[in-house]
Design a protein around this ligand. Structure first.
Ligand SMILES: [Cu+2]
Length: 108
């Protein structure tokens, strides 16, 4: 019984979907700024930006470089899939507070 349970666990751990899970990159919006302002992600890999808006006001995550645009209500979290990307710097900003909310995804 114990042995088959162990084998089941092993099978689950080795299941392709577990290994293929998209890495999540946390980002926080606070005082209309991104924290961190720069995130590093591996090249040629799909990643999930998990953007938590800790401000009371909505913000729009926008990136021309990444072709992404998403409004995140105050106190909410949004997931934004990006990549796979070639090495380089991909800028993003908060469209509602563009003067302060600036950031970049650095792919290397
Ligand atoms: Cu926009």
């Amino acid at each position: 019984m114990r042995k088959s349970f162990g084998l089941l666990l092993l099978a689950l751990l080795l299941a392709p979907e577990v290994w293929a899970e998209t890495p999540e990159i946390p980002l926080v919006i606070k005082d209309h700024r991104f924290e961190p302002a720069t995130v590093k992600v591996p090249a040629n890999t799909k990643v999930m930006l998990v953007v938590e808006n800790r401000d009371a006001t909505p913000e729009e995550f926008e990136s021309h470089d990444l072709h992404r645009e998403k409004v995140i209500a105050g106190g909410k979290t949004a997931k934004i899939a990006v990549g796979p990307l070639k090495p380089g710097t991909y800028k993003f900003f908060g469209e509602f507070h563009e003067d302060t909310a600036q950031g970049a995804v650095v792919v290397e």
